[in-house]
Design a protein around this ligand. Structure first.
Ligand SMILES: Cc1cc2nc3c(=O)[nH]c(=O)nc-3n(C[C@H](O)[C@H](O)[C@H](O)COP(=O)(O)OP(=O)(O)OC[C@H]3O[C@@H](n4cnc5c(N)ncnc54)[C@H](O)[C@@H]3O)c2cc1C
Length: 480
């Protein structure tokens, strides 16, 4: 029997797993998909916000600045690329200035460091490609960017290195509380756990209903759509640039990504379908037009992809985090919309504190492991090495001498490493998330067949068993 079962391997579930793996307890993470980070964590802006979002008396208001500050150490320990590039919320008139002042006040109450309102001239000095009718901006230097799925994979890998277990392809279809533990029903087996944490994203309401807590809530997804631009457009902006909110309009951001691309989005709409991650022509057109208010010279011919992600919107203004009064040992971490990525490390700390109390109440010990290893084995990123280092590496491990993804310069050695690690890749998308292979201009047109070959060889299965993502997304089929 596990001490803790975590349902959902997005950034929140993985952060909690990693934090709890510091303690002498048995942990399992249960995920319905073929891979980690396939929900909201796969498809978001990747911005580590600083705290102008939320009132300081809300859970969010406290979690954002705390979460933000945890990123430097976390990313250092887990070897996750992270950059504090700063953010600008831009305004066009005096009405916008009043809104920026309100955001500034919230930021000060949330103790965001070095945030200030600047004028249009300063904005253009920082961002010469923006339109000259921008009059003001709220500038915050501590805002950062990260790859949310690389972060999640690193967290889960480190949790597993420290003893946590991961069950993929394991949808939770029923939960029964029996005396002082839970029977968690999967399709092919039952997992027993003394405590249960609900990190199921848009399905957290379903999990909550299975348990029958005193608190009912409904998740109605909000879909955000994006355009991704080739690296040649990656330097249009240096900061994350967001338009000041206008009543009844959808906000559009310009986001430089950690892999030096540019994203524009998200245009947001409410939908009912919890799997509805298609993009729509209307919203893409809306984003294109709305973005021109900030920058007139957007090279739309450089768009290489469009995607969308679903926010787990609940009808409360805040996250739903805490233990059920009625079903003790069941903890909801639900309604984690934006900026849940930013808050995840702080949420994980709070859950560990909560478990200290739960274990004490149950007369169990909750003590730190003496041998917890906070560091993840470094990832070799071939293109970041100098010539001498590349040469030495290839001499030692010839697979680093074979470039598989030419757009992103990703070698066979890196792909093999991404498969062999704990929480390793088993699908083409899994390799993409871990190495950035096929994320470039050709979007996998050239390298995907090679990735299939390497996956099949490493996993010792035939190539027609390799899927892009879920089980239905096969790439090869047998000859007629
Ligand atoms: C468009 C958009 C933009 C955003 N931008 C930002 C941003 O810039 N900065 C920021 O801080 N935040 C941002 N967010 C918010 C952030 O992405 C989320 O808060 C975060 O990813 C939530 O993580 P999660 O682990 O709670 O959920 P998810 O990543 O959705 O993970 C939930 C997991 O639970 C699994 N699951 C569900 N049901 C079951 C079941 N029955 N059995 C087993 N597993 C199950 C799912 O498969 C999934 O993997 C954005 C979100 C969106 C959608």
């Amino acid at each position: 029997m596990y001490d803790v079962a975590i349902i959902g391997a997005g950034v929140v579930g993985a952060s909690i797993a990693r934090e709890l793996s510091k303690y002498k307890i048995d942990i399992v993470v249960i995920e319905k998909e073929n891979d980690l980070a396939n929900g909201a964590t796969m498809a978001n802006s990747g911005v580590v916000y600083d705290g102008y979002h939320s009132k300081s008396d809300r859970m969010k208001g406290k979690l954002i600045p705390r979460g933000n500050k945890l990123f430097d150490k976390l990313c250092e320990e887990l070897d996750i690329p992270f950059k504090r590039i700063g953010s600008l919320v831009v305004g066009y008139n005096d009405e916008d200035l009043e809104k920026l002042k309100k955001l500034y006040k919230k930021a000060i109450a949330n103790e965001v460091p070095d945030i200030r309102i600047i004028n249009g001239e300063e904005v253009l000095k920082m961002e010469p490609n923006l339109n000259s009718n921008i009059k003001y901006a709220l500038y915050s230097p501590t805002c950062g960017i990260i790859s949310p799925f690389e972060m999640t994979i690193a967290l889960a890998e480190n949790a597993m290195d420290n003893g946590a277990e991961l069950l993929l392809k394991s949808e939770v279809i029923g939960i029964k509380k029996v005396e002082n533990y839970f029977e968690v029903k999967l399709k092919d087996k039952i997992v027993l756990a003394k405590n249960l944490i609900n990190c199921a994203g848009v399905y957290a309401d379903k999990i909550n209903d299975m348990v029958g807590t005193e608190k009912k809530f409904k998740i109605e997804p909000k879909r955000g759509q994006y355009l991704v631009f080739d690296k040649s457009a990656g330097n249009i902006v240096k900061n994350v640039v967001q338009q000041c909110k206008v009543e009844n309009e959808k906000g559009v951001l310009f986001i430089p990504t950690i892999h030096n691309n540019l994203m524009i989005g998200p245009g947001l709409d409410s939908i009912e379908d919890k799997e509805g991650i298609e993009t729509t022509a209307d919203m893409i057109e809306y984003i294109r037009t709305k973005a021109m208010k900030t920058c007139r010279n957007i090279p739309y011919s450089q768009v290489i992809r469009a995607f969308s992600g679903l926010k787990a919107k609940v009808d409360s203004e805040d996250f739903i985090i805490g233990e059920s009064e009625k079903v003790r040992g069941f903890i909801n971490v639900a309604g984690i919309t934006t900026p849940g990525l930013t808050c995840a490390p702080a949420i994980a700390e709070d859950i560990a504190k909560l478990f200290k109390d739960i274990f004490k109440r149950n007369g169990q010990t909750f003590s730190l492991k003496e041998n917890f290893n906070p560091n993840r084995k470094k990832v070799i990123r071939f293109k970041e090495l100098n010539y001498r280092e590349k040469d030495e590496l290839i001499q030692k491990y010839p697979k680093y001498g074979r470039v598989i993804c030419r757009c992103e310069t990703i070698t066979e050695g890196e792909i093999v490493d991404s498969i062999r690690r704990n929480a390793g890749a088993t699908t083409v998308k899994g390799v993409k998330k871990r190495t950035a292979a096929s994320m470039g201009r050709c979007q996998g047109g050239f390298c995907e067949p090679r990735i299939v070959e390497v996956l099949a060889r490493e996993l010792e299965v035939s190539m027609d068993k390799i899927v892009y993502d879920d089980d239905a997304s096969y790439i090869l089929t047998e000859r007629e």
